[in-house]
Design a protein around this ligand. Structure first.
Ligand code: T1G
Length: 704
């Protein structure tokens, strides 16, 4: 039975309450943080509608939500658990068939099951600035509560196809124009709910069952979407099922709902759904760090040292987030180059619709300062050093910063592998020193590795994470080691690829196999893009300390000795010209020559073996990074690879993939490969322990 709550509301349960106001029955949802359609919301909403439609004098019902948004979707945390009645589709059908008309007020981001609930109401009013969408496809599923049947009936098949297969939200204006909503209003959700209810009674708002509408057939739109998805999403499962579900809207609505449910269950059973939901949660899990309770320092001005690709990219990212930046370089030429790169980056943001022309002009006129003197950074709240990777140069810079910067300035290095502890030790304030490792292009890539040195203050770590949030990046906490999390693991698995290249697989075969696995690019395409000279420099740096037992493959060095650095020189493992890119025959000749020199008789590799070796190498080093405490949890390593290395999102990341393969199988593979090279292929103790106990990395994540 309802429980009494203040202000005239009667609590149906902890998250749903009702209120009688004249002939209007109000239903309020209050399930922070995003009013997810949890079991309590579903059962409470069902009971609220039932109660109000049986209440004498109530002629119309108005549904709204408290907090920052109307229902933002089904409760993803319930996925994978036995579903509890009432299911969302049944609730939507119950709302649609209610004997009392229901108007729904949308605010914030009404997504997924939230929009499906709204579409089952008899009228919809959205607050100004609110958004609606059906993002289920981004989670590997499809709208499973009638969305694929009701959206076409309200907005037409073409619009429904676009919004359901892209998962992209739309603004209230667009939703009004295409018929998803009936009105846009200003004000507080409860006030708008009251006024809309009265307007519905007065006939000023439509009162119709969406299921009674028919969607105009549009076979051309269906065909066009199938053709588009065959090209753009050949590997993903659910987008194609979305089209099948929308196509069923020509059936009577109950039959269409049955077809939608069948297709939804197929998607829920797909491993891609598990991977995509893991990816969704990974971006939130990584914010749970030991320093999360520390108070971040306020950052109102930033200095960036170095106007090269990284420095300019970092400066662009910070400028786009609305913070002023002072860029420093050794001389005016360097500054001019840096400003030119930043201008080009901002022009790109204008072209992509991320920035207005006026916004760009304002940034260049008022937000970007330059200087050739580090003293100009004396008052900066944060300074990010992004000069070339030489410890001597970095030490000099940090010693100067230690002298010129005010107390409390956060001193960060963007180094991609050098020791932050060593950098911190050159200052009198190691607690203020941190690594902020951006990924190129820094104003586009979402990943930011926040590298915590031994003496880095908790508030400085919290500041790194707060900066990431402001830049809309995904911050992952890393300990200090050569390459931190991502580059260290990449350096290791790249050797596995090189060994296969030396033993008989061509770069193109390896790249193709990894693209078929789902990577946007294979390892040799990535190497050519990044610049072979970068890894060449790293290889030369490591040569002095490279263990004798390590099998070293000098093929990329040979290419660099010819001046072939990849895309930037038009030639690397591939040739790049106005006809596009293609394998470089001279590279293949060098590979043959190096095989002969090493006495290697090339053998063939299947695509499966290439993927197996590549992924097993990646996972084995990821487990070592985990057991050394460089990464906090498996899910942190997954977030690094999903957001910084083009790892296929539907596979959830390296250690989510490890759970799919199974620790026992991984141990078996490593032991098999170790027969060829016991130095490279070693079973990490943690992996063996998981295999022996039948554990999973998911269990490690759950423990936090
Ligand atoms: N279920 C459970 N928890 C959710 C959630 C959801 N749907 N959405 C967000 N959260 C949690 C999130 O984990 C975080 O928790 C907190 O809310 C704030 O989120 C039948 C089956 C709504 C745009 O895909 O896109 O409906 O870490 O940090 O940046 O057809 O959350 O603080 O503990 O992201 O302001 C479809 C997913 C589900 C929307 C807000 N809906 N959510 O972004 O906050 S499937 C979605 C979002 C479905 C039906 C199908 C965003 C947001 P914690 P946040 P934000």
């Amino acid at each position: 039975m309802p429980t009494e709550t203040p202000a005239g509301e009667t609590g149906i349960n902890d998250v749903v309450s009702i209120e009688i106001n004249g002939s209007v029955g109000l239903i309020a949802l209050d399930n922070p943080p995003v009013n997810a359609a949890s079991h309590a919301i579903r059962s409470g909403l069902w009971q609220a509608v039932e109660t109000l439609q049986q209440t004498d004098g109530v002629e119309v019902i108005a549904l709204y939500a408290k907090g920052r948004t109307f229902i933002a979707g089904a409760d993803i945390r319930e996925f994978g658990k036995p579903p509890l009645d009432p299911w969302l589709p049944e609730l939507c059908n119950f709302i649609e068939s209610a004997s009392t008309p229901i108007v729904c007020v949308l605010h914030g981001t009404t997504l997924g099951g939230g929009l499906e609930v709204a579409m089952s109401c008899h009228a919809r009013v959205a607050l100004t600035g609110s958004k609606v969408g059906l993002p289920e496809v981004t989670l590997g599923i499809l709208p499973g509560a009638g969305g694929t049947q009701r959206a076409p009936r309200l907005a037409g098949i073409a619009t429904a196809l676009d919004m359901i297969t892209s998962g992209k939200p739309m603004g209230a204006d667009e939703a009004l124009a295409n018929g998803l909503i009936d009105r846009i209003a200003e004000g507080d959700p409860r006030d708008v709910a009251l006024s809309s209810a009265k307007d519905l009674l007065a006939g000023d708002l439509p009162n119709r069952k969406t299921g009674d509408l028919t969607a105009e057939p549009d076979p051309a739109a269906i065909e066009a979407m199938r053709t588009k998805l065959a090209k753009s999403q050949p590997l993903l499962f659910s987008p194609h099922k979305c089209v099948d579900a929308v196509e069923a809207c020509h059936l009577p609505v109950r039959d269409g709902m049955k077809e939608e449910r069948r297709l939804y269950e197929e998607c829920m059973a797909s491993p891609q759904r598990a991977g995509l939901i893991h990816a969704f949660f990974s971006e939130r899990a990584v914010t749970k760090i030991p320093e999360a309770t520390a108070t971040a320092r306020e950052i109102n001005s930033v200095g960036v040292i170095g106007g090269g690709t990284m420095g300019s990219g970092i400066a662009t990212a910070i400028l786009l987030a609305g913070l002023p930046v002072t860029l420093t370089e050794r001389d005016q030429d360097g500054l001019d180059r840096g400003v030119a790169t930043i201008t080009r980056n901002l022009d790109g943001a204008v072209k992509r619709g991320k920035l207005s022309e006026a916004g760009r002009d304002d940034i260049l006129a008022a937000k970007l300062g330059t200087s050739t003197d580090l003293g100009a950074l004396s008052d900066a709240d944060l300074v990010i050093e992004a000069v070339f990777e030489d410890m001597g140069v970095k030490r000099d810079i940090f010693q100067t910063l230690d002298k010129v910067c005010k107390a409390g300035t956060v001193l960060a290095s963007n180094t991609s592998y050098l020791d932050i502890n060593e950098i911190a030790a050159t200052t009198s304030r190691p607690q203020d020193v941190i690594g902020l490792h951006f990924f190129s292009p820094a104003h586009v890539m979402r990943l930011l590795e926040v590298v915590v040195a031994d003496k880095t203050g908790a508030d400085v770590v919290a500041t790194g994470f707060a900066l990431a949030r402001k830049l809309k990046k995904i911050a992952v906490r890393s300990g200090v080691c050569d390459g931190f999390i991502g580059n260290r693991i990449m350096t290791f698995y790249k050797k596995a690829a090189d060994y296969m290249m030396m033993d008989g697989a061509s770069p193109e075969q390896i790249d193709t196999a990894m693209r078929d696995f789902g990577f946007a690019m294979g390892p040799y395409q990535v190497a050519d893009l990044a610049g072979l000279d970068i890894s060449w420099a790293a290889n030369k740096r490591r040569a002095a300390t490279r263990p004798a037992e390590e099998r070293y493959i000098p093929i990329a060095d040979r290419l660099c000795e010819n001046g072939w650095f990849g895309r930037k020189t038009g030639q690397g493992f591939y040739i790049y010209d106005d006809q596009g890119s293609r394998p470089n025959p001279e590279a293949l000749a060098i590979i043959d020559a190096e095989r002969e020199k090493a006495g290697v008789t090339p053998r063939s590799f299947t695509e499966d073996e290439i993927v197996s070796r590549f992924m097993t190498a990646m996972i084995s080093e990821a487990v070592r990074v985990l057991e050394e405490g460089i990464a906090l949890r498996p899910i942190d390593i997954d977030a690094v690879f999903l957001n910084g290395y083009g790892f296929p999102r539907f596979r959830g990341g390296p250690l989510h993939t490890a759970d799919v393969i199974g620790a026992g199988e991984l141990v078996r593979r490593i032991e098999e490969y170790a027969k060829e090279d016991a130095y490279y292929w070693k079973v990490p103790a943690l992996l063996r322990q998981i295999a022996e106990t039948g554990g999973t990395f998911a269990e490690m994540n759950a423990k936090g």
